[in-house]
Design a protein around this ligand. Structure first.
Ligand SMILES: [Fe+2]
Ligand SMILES: [Fe+2]
Length: 189
């Protein structure tokens, strides 16, 4: 799969986790909030790893302006790491934990919007499809190694099943997705 599309699929899965966390928060369902925060922490780790080991080093060479956005992206990943680390020392549900996870979500939302608006369009015009497919293949292999959701998990699902799962997981932008995008965005493990 195209590496940029794979990263966007991850972002849309994260946005689904954010929506579900907000719902759990509104319902004061601390168990669900804790599970979603754990899921988010694990998936962020894998996603930032893919970007820092495969994607960022490849695209930073394309252009000076891209390199600048990548450098900011690295710092934003760092902010996320610190918040996850600090939240892990607190009790899920306590006020400070809720505040940290809420700020983590806000900061990741900002970061992924910026990647999609400022970084990915530039990368798309300055790279070819073959190269992006090669990034995608390496990223899928890394996801498999780390036990994270990957498109192959959803291979056997029908389109209806994929749509159902995407709706349950509140995957963002799901109504506009192709079968391939849905398979990459859902967690079908
Ligand atoms: Fe990122
Ligand atoms: Fe990203």
């Amino acid at each position: 799969m195209d590496g940029l599309d794979l990263l966007i699929a991850d972002h849309n899965r994260f946005r689904g986790i954010f929506t579900r966390f907000q719902e759990a928060k509104d319902n004061e369902d601390v168990d669900e909030m804790g599970e979603l925060a754990d899921k988010l922490a694990f998936e962020l780790k894998v996603h930032t790893d893919l970007e820092e080991k495969i994607f960022y080093p490849a695209v930073r060479k394309l252009d000076e302006e891209i390199a600048e956005v990548v450098d900011e992206g690295l710092q934003e990943h760092h902010v996320g790491d610190v918040l996850v680390e600090e939240a892990s020392t607190l009790q899920p549900g306590e006020d400070e934990w809720v505040a940290k996870i809420t700020v983590l979500i806000e900061s990741v939302e900002h970061h992924i919007d910026e990647e999609e608006e400022e970084l990915f369009p530039q990368v798309r015009t300055k790279s070819d499809a073959e190269t992006r497919a090669e990034w995608g293949a390496r990223m899928e292999a890394m996801k498999a190694e780390q036990g994270a959701p990957k498109p192959a998990d959803a291979e056997k699902l029908s389109l209806d099943e994929l749509k159902q799962l995407a709706s349950e997981q509140q995957i963002a932008n799901r109504s506009k997705m192709s079968r391939e995008d849905l398979a990459a965005a859902v967690d079908a493990r």
